[in-house]
Design a protein around this ligand. Sequence first.
Ligand SMILES: [Fe+2]
Length: 438
Amino acid sequence: MKNINIIHFSDIHCGTIEKEDPPLEQKTPFYPENLADLVQGPRRFKKISKSLIEQFRNGLNNIILISGDLTTYGKIENYELFLKYLRKRIPSEFFEKDSNFGVFIVPGNHDIDENKIDSGDLHPKFMPIINSLKKHGFYPIPCKNATNKKIEKESCSVLLVLLNSCIGCREIQYFPRDLQPYIQDYFDKESNRNPKFPLFNRFDTPFISEESIEDISRYISEQDTSLPIIIAHHNLLPPHNTEISIFSEMLNGGKLRDVLKSFNKPILFLHGHIHEDQVEIIQSPFYPNSKIICISAPMLFPNKEDKLGTIFGFNVIQIVFSDEGNILGCEIIFYRLDKNLMPFKTRIRFIIPPESGFYLLEEDREILKFITSSSTDKIYLKDINKFLNEGNIDENIYGNIEKILDKLDWLNLVKYDKDGFKSRSIVIPGRYVQRVIK
Ligand SMILES: [Fe+2]
């Protein structure tokens, strides 16, 4: 089997946080460079950053995805610190053009310079992040349009689609026209009284442009065999924590969900924003092979004010393919700090059913049929070898049989016990076999 592995993290929130910030969306006041000077921060931070840097450098991962909120206030000095930090720690092959590696970033609602809002032009409020990424050699963020990048490794491929869900953030023009004067008046009064007026932070208005929705349809239709992986800052489904906000959800999230379901195939949707680590699946009875797997990365680092029990960390998502390049599923590995801030990891696996277009080969099916039709509760490798060779053993095909059994085991179709010598390796027929033979 083959893998394309993705490191996904989010919501770093570089920059200083003010005490009057609303408690509903907790943010970290730390950025990596100053953590070493803090009494409580460094020990906590280093545990997760050490694991993250190991993942950058272990040679097993191809893609790094950061789903927004790099900063808290969208200031260029905060991007500078964070991006310099990343450049120092991420190996150079991730930044080479036309390589099978890459670092991809989408903006969050905090990655906006509130002093540069121009109701007629979308770009100025994103200029600090656009300019900083360019200066340090990072791939550009999407703006009004979605962007895409196909990553290929041997015979496997994934299609990354980058979305900007923050084009409406911090702008009053996206509120109902008749309410705008009242909101503006209230906002002006409160801003004069309290320059850090928190209501402004709630003007998130998350949505994606019509152009982006058309782009997604085009990109996915054109790349029929690659697994689509969409990355955005905002969530498609509501978070666990109650949020009191004028627009707490993506305004056209329902439309986006419908578009994604209509492809009738598995799609990953990776996001941040909610500071939680939900993994949820959206399916539709009208599109039986649709499976939108929504994966949220939590905040990367603890804020010293965060309570124990808050979730921190990052995800590694392994996209698993057969040797022929057919997708089998994905495994999500959660690197987290527990309630005592000790690092741990756990994982879940999603198998993509063969009927959704990703199939088993003829030989896989033949072997599976032989195993599942067996009346005994265990089969040795030599039994399969004999079955394939009309009663004789062919020493040369053991390697191939084992590859197929690895695949069937990963798909949870058989239990393959690899302990012991090759000839003694055991296959247990049937799904969900509880018994483990040593
Ligand atoms: Fe955030």
